[in-house]
Design a protein around this ligand. Structure first.
Ligand code: ADP
Ligand code: MG
Length: 392
């Protein structure tokens, strides 16, 4: 469904339910990770983009202390008193993203809001598909509620409010990438995040390219254990480098250069050395890629995406044969500039930088290769980097 149609549907449903036009309508998009894989917890850099699909949130203040929510896409309604806001363990867990955000907008004391609110929301991001529908819902919520209650906060603080809701109400220990990308997105541009200093800026991509997300159907077991062991290896390596480099200032792999890794890797176990070089290389690729984009070098940018995938495949070992097959198929198509796995890995999606005028041919070629190997079809969607969250 088009964004305008989703907007109209949400507003009409609000009017039908509450008998008046909503006072505030907000919009927040999902996001894609473009370069910089497993760098966030190493205090490094990521390039991402807000996508052209999102969530609309229509709201008005309530006359009393009641919060009433309707999730249009679920066909469900939830309500509670502002003094009873608490994580929902089973049943309508979608409400956690909204009431959790409300809770932390008021620093954990939602009763201080005085009055409740009436809201209807809905969107067109596929849920649980790695495009971060959860952060979109949080950011749409936080913008709309901040407006309703007259609360002014900078964007990074709003992003952190959503992240806190996700941690404590939805039970997902996510980084800040999803919320920041949803807020800081810009049409035709990427979001460059620096996770040490929580700094976010836009890097222009230009109007002639777009992304294609190719979702494999691969879901591999042991993903949680594999994620935890990768994270552990990065922390172990950072401690080792802090020791041997005697810099005193090394706390994360962000502080280690590729040259230092080459010189000192011998003191690490082979596996730990392999894991450590991935975020170190990804940080360097993000910085280099930003410079290439400033010069309009899309080919160079794409080559770094291929390097990123190769690093995932051979060093970090968070790829799988389905994702490798998508990237291999992409390499044979001239209208694809670059491709890599996107997100945690071990399944999920690949992100391709493409010439959008060739989108249909690219999707057909990749689907054909994939189907020949695995029997089923991946899902290809063209994505235009788009504006971040805003009030309508
Ligand atoms: P992702 O963020 O990758 O889409 P998550 O599992 O983190 O996947 O978040 C998906 C969850 O967010 C859904 O199961 C639902 O609880 C909530 N959610 C997101 N968008 C909506 C929506 N439009 N309507 C209802 N719930 C939503
Ligand atoms: Mg999510």
């Amino acid at each position: 469904m088009l964004n305008q149609e989703v907007h109209d549907k949400v507003v009409q449903a609000f009017e039908a339910k509450f008998g008046a036009h909503p006072e505030i309508v907000s919009y927040a998009p999902g996001r894609i990770e473009v370069l910089g894989n497993h760098t966030d917890y190493n205090e490094g850099y990521v390039l991402s983009a807000a996508i052209d699909k999102g969530t609309f949130f229509a709201v008005s203040p309530a006359a009393d202390a009641k919060v009433t929510l309707e999730a249009l896409d679920m066909g469900e309604t939830y309500s509670c008193d502002i003094a009873e806001v608490a994580p929902i363990k089973d049943g309508m867990t979608w409400a956690n993203y909204v009431i959790g955000t409300f809770n932390w907008l008021f620093d954990g004391n939602p009763a201080a809001a005085g009055k409740g609110f009436n809201a209807v929301f809905g969107g067109n991001i596929p849920l649980g598909a790695g495009l971060s529908s959860s952060a979109a819902l949080e950011m749409a919520t936080v913008l709309a509620l901040a407006a309703i209650y007259g609360i002014e906060r900078d964007r990074t603080t709003l992003a952190k409010i959503g992240q806190k809701a996700e941690h404590t109400f939805a039970g997902c220990p996510c980084g800040l990438l999803d919320q920041a990308s949803s807020l800081y997105g810009k049409a035709g541009a990427l979001v460059k995040s620096d996770f040490r200093f929580c700094r976010f800026e836009n890097v222009d991509l230009g109007p002639t390219v777009a992304f294609m997300m190719v979702k494999s159907n691969a879901k591999h077991a042991l993903v949680d254990g594999a994620y935890a062991s990768r994270r552990q290896a990065c922390e172990d390596a950072a401690r080792y480098f802090a020791d041997v480099l005697r810099k005193g200032s090394v706390t994360h792999l962000r502080d280690v250069t590729m040259a230092e890794w080459v010189l000192y890797r011998g003191g690490l176990s082979e596996t730990t050395a392999k894991r450590a070089v991935h975020p170190i290389g990804e940080d360097e690729r993000v910085l280099q890629a930003s410079e290439l984009l400033a010069k309009g070098d899309l080919k160079g940018f794409g080559a770094l995406m291929y390097d990123s995938h190769e690093s995932s495949r051979s060093w970090f070992e968070n790829s799988c044969e389905e994702l490798d097959a998508i990237v291999d198929a992409a390499k044979a198509i001239p209208a694809v500039y670059g491709a890599r796995l996107s997100g945690g890995g071990f399944g999920g999606s690949c992100c391709l930088l493409v010439d959008p005028t060739a989108a249909d041919a690219i999707a057909t070629a990749i689907t054909k290769e994939y189907k020949a190997k695995f029997g089923d079809e991946p899902t290809c969607s063209l994505i235009q980097p788009s504006d971040g969250a805003h009030l309508i």
